[in-house]
Design a protein around this ligand. Sequence first.
Ligand SMILES: [Zn+2]
Length: 158
Amino acid sequence: MEFRFVVDSMLGKLARWLRILGYSTIYDPKLNDDGLIEKGKEGWILLTSDEELSGRAFRDGVKVIKIEHGDITSQLIQVFKTLNLTPKPEEARCSLCNGLLVEIDIDEAEKKGYNIPPTVQTVWKCVECGHLYWKGSHWDNINRVVREINSRLVRSDS
Ligand SMILES: [Zn+2]
C-alpha cells in the first residue's frame, strides 16, 4: 500500500518534510475543511492538529492522524510510528510542489545559469515546477533529522 498525505494549512513545515522524506503530500492552504475531507475520501491520509476537523474526518470514515504540538522531528515520528513507516529520502519529492524528481545532466543545469558546486555529482529536477536539487549544505540537516527519527523509532520498539 502506498501512503500519501493531505496536510492542513497549519502544518506546512510537516508537509515539506514529508515530501523530502519520500512521501507524496498535498499542501494547499486554499483547501478548506470540506476540501481536506474530500481528499481524505480519495485515499489521502489527513494530517491535522485541529481537534474538530480530526473528529469530523473520523466520523466521515477518513483516515486521519491528529498531530500533537511539538517540534518537526516529533511530528514526523508521530506519523511514522502510527503508520509503521520509515524515512526514505532517496525517494524525495519536490519540497515546493510535491512533483517527482528526475536526474539531469550537470552540464544542462550549468547551461541554465546554475552555479553547481564542483563536488556535486548528481542534480535532480522537479518535473512539475523545474526547481533543481542537489546534495548541498541542507543535506547535512536532512541526514541529521533522518538519523534522529530512525534512532527514536528503533528505541520505541524495544
Ligand atoms: Zn516542484
